[in-house]
Design a binder for this molecule. Sequence first.
Ligand code: MN3
Length: 242
Amino acid sequence: MTATPVSLDRRASLRLILSAAAVPLIAPHALAQTTPAAGPFALPPLGYAPEALEPHIDAMTMTIHHDRHHAAYVANANTLATQWPDLAKQPINSVLKALGTVPEAQRAGVRNNVGGHWNHTRFWDVMTPGGAKMPTGDVKAGIDGVFGDLPKFKEKMNAAALGRFGSGWAWLIVNKDGKFEVVSTANQDTPLELGAKAVLLGVDVWEHAYYLKYQNKRGDYLNAWWNTVNWDKVAGNLKAGV
Ligand code: MN3
């Protein structure tokens, strides 16, 4: 009978079609990680697999968030650098600490896009899998000294994150007086413009950070997010300052 070879051919063709289809599905992620940016700003690699934070943060959210949202901030920052070349001639922290020195035509763009690039870079890093699961050393001492203990600090941070109307961030910083403080910023504003001496930890509460898995339940996302915090990275941020 001829039915069998035809059926096998069909299966083989289907396999070929599927394997060909798999290439463009994989390629954009790989490209986003490795293609040099057309400009001074580059999307940093996530540093871990997009599924590495599951079940707390799902792979699809991480992929879209990093490869599309963060990538868009980087692309826009590169466009701004063509309009205002001084943007690329100074450290990013200096620009964000002194937004008043940015020409007015580019200021809002720099605030949103260079700010978004800085915020997300810090965010991916503090969620790096592994590391200490509890604060130790100077971070623990700072948290206990100002907030009482870790649970009370988490309450304060969650309140800042839940209280941010619309889009923005909640942060643990060392403020301009050298004291641990929880602050919230709107949109892609950074704690650098508040005069922070160190930015220890930040959580993105834009809906794009959690909507696929948690929908409108920002509190559930926050409770899950705490499981991803790498306290060794937090300690490194305290030591490094800004
Ligand atoms: Mn975001």
